[in-house]
Ligand binder design. Structure first.
Ligand SMILES: NC(=O)c1ccc[n+]([C@@H]2O[C@H](COP(=O)([O-])OP(=O)(O)OC[C@H]3O[C@@H](n4cnc5c(N)ncnc54)[C@H](OP(=O)(O)O)[C@@H]3O)[C@@H](O)[C@H]2O)c1
Length: 323
C-alpha cells in the first residue's frame, strides 16, 4: 500500500471545502483553494490499479495535484481485488472516503477471448467496490467504447451501444455504479504515457513495434480523442476535489484517426525510422470496431481549471516529455 496515512479524528474541514470553493469562484482554482484553507484532516483515497497506466499516473500526480488527499495506491501484488473478504478487511481498517477505481481487464482482445474473466474483473469487482463505497465517493473509469461509433462527438446523454465484450462489461458496470447518486463514471479515451511495463500506453505499443523494426498498420478511418495519462491524472484530482456525481467524458480536445496519431509519434521519433502502413476499417476482419468514438468534453471542462489539450497540442507543449 503506498503512502498509507493516519486516520485522524479532528474537525473535518474538508466537508466545508465545496462551499468555500464555490464562494471563491473564479478567483482561485479549486486546488489552490484546497491548499490555501486550513485543513486539519486529509481524506484517505484509494486508487485501484495503481500499477496500471492511468492509476500509476494518478498516484504519482497526487503529490502536486492533491494536497487535500492522503493517497493509497492499491496494486495487485498488495491485494487481489477479487479477494472480496480481504478487500473488505482492508477497507474497514483504512476507511477511505473516496475510491478511484482504475483496475480493470482493460485490453479489449483479452476480454473478447475470456468473457468470464472480463465480467469478473470489470463488472463484479466494480459492483463489490461500489457497494463497499456506498456511503463515500466512488469514481469509476469507463471507456468511449461504450458507444457504437456511428455518430461521433458523443455527449454523456447519448445512448450506449457496446460492440465488444470489453465495452459490454463497462456498460454493465456503469449502470451498477450509477445506481448510487453519490457515485461517478468517468469515460475516457485512448490513453498514452509512460507505464511501468513500458507497454500499456498507445504510444508505447507503437514505439515498441518500431523499435522491433516492424511496420505499423493504422486505420485512417477510426477516430478517438486520445489523451495523455498526466492530463488524465490532473483532471481526476480536480474532479475528486469537487465530488461530482454522474457521468463525465474525459478525453483529449482533438479528434484524431489512428493514422494521424501514428504520424504525430513518427514526427516525434525520427530516430526510430518509423514505418506506417495506412489501412481502412473496411479491410478489417475481426470483432466489430466502432469507427468514431470521439467525445464531447464540455461537461467536464466546465468544472476543470484548464482546457483539455488535443494530442498534437500536448506534444508541442511538452517537447521533452518521454512519450
Ligand atoms: N488506457 C486506455 O487507453 C483506456 C481507455 C479507456 C478506458 N480505460 C479504462 O481506464 C481504466 C484504467 O486503464 P489503464 O490503461 O490504466 O489499464 P491498465 O494499464 O491495464 O491497468 C489496470 C490495472 O488493474 C490491475 N488489476 C486487474 N485486475 C486486478 C485484480 N484482480 N486485482 C488487483 N488489480 C488488478 C492490473 O494489474 P496487473 O498490472 O497486475 O495486470 C493493472 O495494474 C480501466 O478501467 C480501463 O478500462 C483505459
Amino acid at each position: 500500500m503506498r503512502r498509507p496515512g493516519r486516520r485522524e479524528s479532528s474537525i473535518d474541514w474538508i466537508f466545508l471545502l465545496p462551499a468555500i470553493i464555490r464562494i471563491a469562484g473564479n478567483r482561485l482554482s479549486r486546488l489552490e483553494a484546497c491548499s490555501t484553507f486550513m485543513i486539519t484532516r486529509k481524506r484517505r483515497v484509494w486508487v485501484t490499479g495503481a500499477d496500471g497506466l492511468i492509476g500509476s499516473h494518478i498516484v504519482a500526480a497526487a503529490l502536486g495535484c492533491a494536497p487535500c488527499f492522503d493517497v493509497a495506491g492499491l496494486t495487485r501484488a498488495e491485494v487481489d481485488l477479487v479477494d472480496f473478504d480481504r478487500v473488505r478487511v482492508l477497507y474497514n481498517i483504512q476507511q477511505p472516503s473516496l475510491i478511484i477505481h482504475c483496475a480493470a481487464l482493460s485490453q479489449s482482445p483479452v476480454c473478447q477471448s475470456n468473457p468470464a474473466l472480463a465480467r469478473k474483473l470489470n463488472v463484479e469487482v466494480t459492483a463489490f467496490l461500489a457497494e463497499l463505497a456506498a456511503e463515500i465517493g466512488f469514481i469509476f473509469f469507463s471507456t468511449d467504447l461504450v458507444f457504437d461509433g456511428r455518430k461521433g462527438y458523443y455527449t454523456e446523454d447519448d445512448a450506449t451501444n457496446p460492440l465488444s465484450i470489453y465495452a459490454e462489461t463497462k456498460v454493465e458496470a456503469e449502470q451498477i455504479v450509477l445506481r448510487n447518486p453519490r457515485h461517478t463514471v468517468v469515460r475516457t479515451s485512448l490513453t498514452g504515457g509512460v507505464s511501468k511495463t513500458k507497454s500499456r500506453g498507445f504510444n508505447e505499443e507503437i514505439l515498441n513495434a518500431w523499435k522491433a523494426g516492424k511496420t505499423v498498420r493504422l486505420f485512417s478511418d477510426e477516430f478517438r480523442c486520445p489523451i495523455t495519462a498526466p492530463v488524465t491524472a490532473r483532471a481526476i484530482w480536480e474532479l475528486a476535489a469537487l465530488e461530482p456525481r454522474g457521468i463525465y467524458h474525459l478525453a483529449g480536445g482533438e479528434r484524431l484517426s489512428r493514422l494521424e496519431i501514428g504520424q504525430l509519434l513518427a514526427e516525434r521519433h525520427p530516430e526510430l525510422n518509423p514505418q506506417i502502413e495506412p489501412c481502412s476499417l473496411l479491410e478489417y476482419q475481426g470483432a466489430p470496431r466502432p469507427p468514431d468514438c470521439s467525445m464531447n468534453v464540455a461537461r467536464i471542462e466546465s468544472l476543470l481549471s484548464f482546457k483539455l489539450p488535443g494530442l498534437a497540442q500536448w506534444l508541442q507543449e511538452k517537447p521533452k516529455a518521454d512519450f
